[in-house]
Structure formats: C-alpha cells, structure tokens
Write a protein that binds this ligand. Structure first.
Ligand SMILES: [Zn+2]
Length: 82
C-alpha cells in the first residue's frame, strides 16, 4: 500500500489525531518527508490543530459555565445578606 498525494492529503487530519494504523502512519510519514506539497498541507493542519487545542484549554466551556454560575450564586448570596 502506497499513499499518493491525494490519499495523503485526505488522511492528514486522521494522521494528526492518531486515528490511523501503524502502517498508514509510516506510509504517510514517508510520503510527507518526500513531498513538499503534502508537507505544507500537514503543517497547515498542524497549525490549525494547535490553535484549536490552545483555545480549548484556555476556555473549557464547562469550566467557564461553572465559573459563571458560581459567580452568579456568590452575587445572589451577597445581595440577600445586606
Ligand atoms: Zn504528496
């Protein structure tokens, strides 16, 4: 099994997310090492991926919701004890 450019670009996303078999990973790694076009695609995807991961760790939606809710409760509790 050999990955051409079309196949490689189609699997770049899965490749970054470790969703491929060892064989597929080594095929794509080999292709990326020899193909500037696919390497650029991989770099782009990697960059976008990193940006998404960073913004997710900065603001986890559940954590943010909890924090907002706690703040509302604190304000309400203070308001009641005046
Ligand atoms: Zn290629």
């Amino acid at each position: 099994m050999t990955f051409d450019c079309q196949e490689t670009k189609r699997h770049v996303h899965e490749y970054l997310h470790n969703e491929l078999s060892d064989t597929e990973i080594s095929e794509i790694t080999a292709h990326l090492a020899n193909c500037d076009s696919c390497e650029t695609d991989y770099d782009m995807e990697n960059l976008i991926n990193g940006a998404i991961r960073e913004s997710c760790t900065e603001v986890a939606p559940q954590e943010l919701a909890d924090r907002v809710l706690a703040e509302i409760r604190r304000i309400q509790a203070n308001g009641g004890s005046h």
